[in-house]
Design a protein around this ligand. Sequence first.
Ligand code: BGC
Length: 526
Amino acid sequence: MAGGVSSTVNGGEAAASFPAKMTIHVILACLVASFGGLIFGYDVGISGGVTSMDPFLMKFFPDVYRKEETSVVSSNQYCKFNSQMLTLFTSSLYLAALIASFFASTVTRVFGRKMSMLGGGLVFLAGAIINGFARDVAMLIIGRILLGIGIGFSNQSVPLYLSETAPPKHRGMFNICFQLMVTIGILVANLINYGTAMIHGGWGWRVSLGLAAVPAIMIVIGSLFLPDTPNSLIERGHRDKAKAMLRRVRGTDDVQAEYDYLVAASEASKAVKHPWRSLMQRKHRPQLVMSILIPVFQQLTGINVVMFYAPVLFKTIGFGSNASLISAVITGGFNVVATFVAIFTVDRLGRRPLLLEGGLQMIIAQFILGSLIALKFGFNGIAVISSGYAILVVAFICLFVTAFAWSWGPLGWLVPSEIYPLEIRSAAQSVTVSFNMLFTFIVAEVFLLMLCHMKFVLFYFFGACEIIMTVFIYLFLPETKNIPIEEMDKIWKNHWFWSTYVTVTGTGTATADEVDLEMGNTHNVI
Ligand code: BGC
């Protein structure tokens, strides 16, 4: 697997001897990272609540508001929020993030992680301010685009900063902690929406949108004070500074082994001339397929329908404004708590059991949800539902969210980060990030339209996608738990299907970057 790379080091043994102390610097980095995850999660969670607030709809989307008002029970509930502009408000952010992540990758490599975080934080801050003061739809969308650019940069640099700063031993934990922060960001957004919706005078939505400035300011200040990572300094030719930094970060002078290791990794990664061409080679077919299908499947679970549109969805099935927002808080809470389950079980139970159980639970939840909605609303979308029935719907949404949060949520990021060998790591990981953003955009863009046309069948559609992805995992994803990166090629070689593609044997040695991955690396790479 690492055969194409000349400069290799015995990664497993080397990494085990590196200092693993949690210094104040590492804790600070963890804080900065938490703001990176928070701003992403905050954006995911905030739009749904805001777009269900009447004053916001009245001001920016009066057509939607009128439809909502006049269609209380007498007309098709499935279509009342269907508006291209309303959808664009949500989805524009992800398109901007997708495009920005192409540039962010270069900026992060050439100017360092710190500059990328700083730039991302500043653009994000501008977006939050413009949104908070928005006077028309154009300002709203421009604000969302700026937020998206900020997310593109911070999602690229923050996790990378984290994994390079954390002691190798703790990298896996840091990886899922980023996802945990995303879920906390979503929950905080839901809580804030619940609070601001009660503000009299109809300007609560401004507070919801403007408060995104808080984590943005934190990340700007944090990145001004934090130094760049040793890996980035070495990559940019500042070897002395890198060594000094390593001493500071690890809290000891005994860093020679890790330093040599980082230098070897940097040289090895420079030796990879054509990662894209390499990714297309037959022997990398399993990685290419996973780099595309894992993020696509993660989004086709339908999770962001709940994350973006839960309050709108709840209003659609007849909840009042308050009940809709409270329900979003409840689902957000389940999302956070269930992520802990993944943190504590992923290395013990393994990836496959979580993905298979999570998949099955999501299938059951989606088919029951579809049927509950079908029973009441049928095809014409006209009904009033009792509060008992509504609670049942929320319960099944929670069952679905919980399943996602301990399976495809964190593992949709962790598994890709573990399976790419050095020579294709950068290319494959950027494919993963881009497909994730692209499908997040597509789901945000077409959901309201699909709900209007497919009605309750939409839930069956996501259920069917979940059947396909669960069967896919069962058949095609080998277990990666506890497998050292240098032996990762064996999982494909011994696989009933992939063995026909993978013919190269591992060398028994790994590059430093590969060991980075072994420790559970980041959502994004340079
Ligand atoms: C996904 C996001 C989603 C979040 C929900 C993440 O893993 O990539 O699209 O909104 O989980 O918790």
